[in-house]
Design a protein around this ligand. Structure first.
Ligand code: ADP
Ligand code: G3P
Length: 503
């Protein structure tokens, strides 16, 4: 038997999942790591902890299952995207903590960029992205400008920048390979998604020396081998993709018009748009879905920054839950949210609003509000945010969606999934394989080494549960109108001056 090892480096944990050659999940190991919040609006990770937890779980899953590294046909890497690491080429030491995708410290710099409308247009057209602190570009510049001696070292060619995939590849190859894949490059706001090359004008505008950048590779190809010291034998690294693109692949959304939504820390809805990038008029991102066999597939994406993280906040911040899964139990105790709306704009609002200064808010509280209402309203917020994005997507794509494939931690919540179908008026399909992100990474690697092919993957996809809309149209409209009102009131809350005062 041969195996594929998926390394899934997420925002809150590092996971390693082993699939056998028939696609069955045979083992999984997972370790959480520290979330660092040094200032309001800042989010950091320790890159060494990311590497140590990731290599730790990779070894653990092999040990646990008794699979010999010789039997691992290939490794597929998938990762939290945009999160930025800069390290010294010679020592492999990070110059600072990683700046996480949720971090808002560069919002004022983004405002400056936006003030130059020609540059903003260039960014939209070339990178497919909107100017936002979410993406890597302004984070790299921040590190070069704020870490002692970094700019000089960068100018001398002594530093390397990478998103988490590149950081893992560097470490997996013992510092031999500095590479990323097209999907991760597409999230930096430095990459031309049409030419598939780093954009010189943006590098100049942000003062980022090209020597810092990784080489850009396809998502499915043998791009390196692991250093023999790590697993005893070199293993090919044959699949790399950002986690949301990997989930789209893992959900077998291979045809244009097919879409998936992942409910993890954030919520990310991606629709396959085929071989052509579709520009968005409705506040979505145009991004690369994957490059497989020399063919590039594009996607439209709606990124919601806070989804499952809002449930974590109920658990860890408010302490009104012991476990995220208990949210379903409490929410089911009330028939609705009692008119309460929670807008979890803890890190500003992403698609389709793109307001870096929005902040979290709760509306509609009365003396009758109980914790169950608050929990239910928080869960409902995940569904409303998804509707915002899906409406935008249907507007851009010009066609209604037939069904939405779902995955991610919070997709296990049946009450949420039923409410999602109700509020969208579209069936929601949860697959039998819920680890779609890791499966997607394994699949990209499996295709590269000839173990799997896309036709088989598409035929194998199976729904485990189909949630069918049951809410009356008038009710859906009424509830959604309340949400829109709540969002409007949460927007622009943290003014630019407040942000400036903190940086
Ligand atoms: N049953 C559940 N109901 C609601 N939210 C859940 C449930 N189980 C997990 N979550 C949320 O899902 C997230 C974890 O999902 P996961 O896909 O592992 O995220 P990530 O890859 O972003 O770390 C957490 O934010 C958690 O709060
Ligand atoms: O870690 P996740 O699964 O929440 O995904 C994070 C995204 O890739 C950020 O763009």
């Amino acid at each position: 038997m041969r195996y594929l090892l998926a390394l899934d480096q997420g925002t809150t944990s590092s996971r390693a999942i082993l699939f056998d050659e028939n696609g069955a999940l045979v083992g999984m190991a997972q370790r959480e790591f520290a979330q660092l919040f040094p200032q309001p609006g800042w989010v950091e990770h320790d890159p060494l902890e990311i590497w140590e937890t990731q290599i730790g779980v990779a070894r653990e899953v092999l040990h646990q299952t008794g699979v010999d590294p010789h039997q691992v046909a290939a490794i597929g890497i998938t990762n939290q995207r945009e999160t930025t690491v800069v390290w010294e080429c010679k020592t492999g030491r990070p110059i600072a903590n990683a700046i996480v995708w949720q971090d808002r410290r560069t919002a004022p710099h983004c405002d400056e960029i936006k003030a130059d409308s020609d540059l903003e247009r260039h960014i939209r057209a070339r990178t497919g992205l909107v100017v936002d602190a979410y993406f890597s570009a302004t984070k790299v510049k921040w590190l070069l400008d704020h870490v002692d001696g970094a700019r000089e070292k960068a100018q001398r060619g002594e530093l390397a920048f990478g998103t988490i995939d590149a950081w893992l590849i560097w470490n997996l190859t013992g510092g031999q390979v500095h590479a990323t894949d097209v999907t991760n490059a597409a999230r930096t706001m430095l990459f031309d998604i049409h030419r598939r090359a780093w954009d010189e004008r943006l590098l100049n505008a942000l003062d980022i020396p090209p020597s810092l950048l990784p080489e850009v590779k396809p998502s499915s190809a043998v791009l390196a081998h692991t250093h023999p010291d790590l697993f005893g034998v070199p293993i090919p690294i044959a699949g790399v993709a950002g986690d949301q693109q990997a989930a789209l692949f893992g959900q077998a959304c291979f045809e244009p018009g097919m879409a998936k939504n992942t409910y993890g820390t954030g919520c990310f809805l991606l629709m396959n748009t085929g071989g052509k990038p579709v520009p968005s008029k409705a506040g979505l991102l145009t991004t690369i879905a994957w490059e497989v066999g020399g063919q590039v597939t594009y996607a439209l994406e709606g990124s919601v920054f806070i989804a499952g993280a809002a449930i974590q906040w109920l658990r860890d911040g408010l302490r009104i839950l012991d476990a995220a899964a208990d949210s379903e139990y409490f929410a089911a105790k009330v028939p609705d949210s009692g008119g309460v709306y929670v807008v979890p704009a803890f890190a500003g609002l992403g698609a389709p609003y793109w307001d870096m200064y929005a902040r979290g808010a709760i509306f509609g509280l009365t003396r009758g509000t109980r914790k169950e209402h608050l929990i239910r309203a928080t869960l409902e917020a995940l569904a409303y945010q998804t509707k915002d994005v899906l409406d935008a997507m249907e507007q851009d794509a010009g066609v209604p969606l037939a069904a939405l494939r779902v995955d991610g931690g919070a997709a296990a919540n049946n009450l949420l999934m039923q409410f999602q179908a109700d509020i969208l008026g579209v069936p929601v399909e949860r697959p039998a394989i819920v680890e779609t992100t890791a499966f997607g990474a394994a699949a990209l690697a499996g295709v590269a080494v000839g173990l799997w092919d896309q036709e088989t993957l598409a035929a194998r996809w199976q729904a485990e549960t189909r949630f069918v809309p049951a809410m009356a149209e008038a009710e859906r409209k009424k509830r959604y109108a309340g949400w829109k009102k709540a969002v409007e009131r949460a927007m622009r809350w943290a003014s630019e001056e407040d942000e400036d005062a903190r940086t």
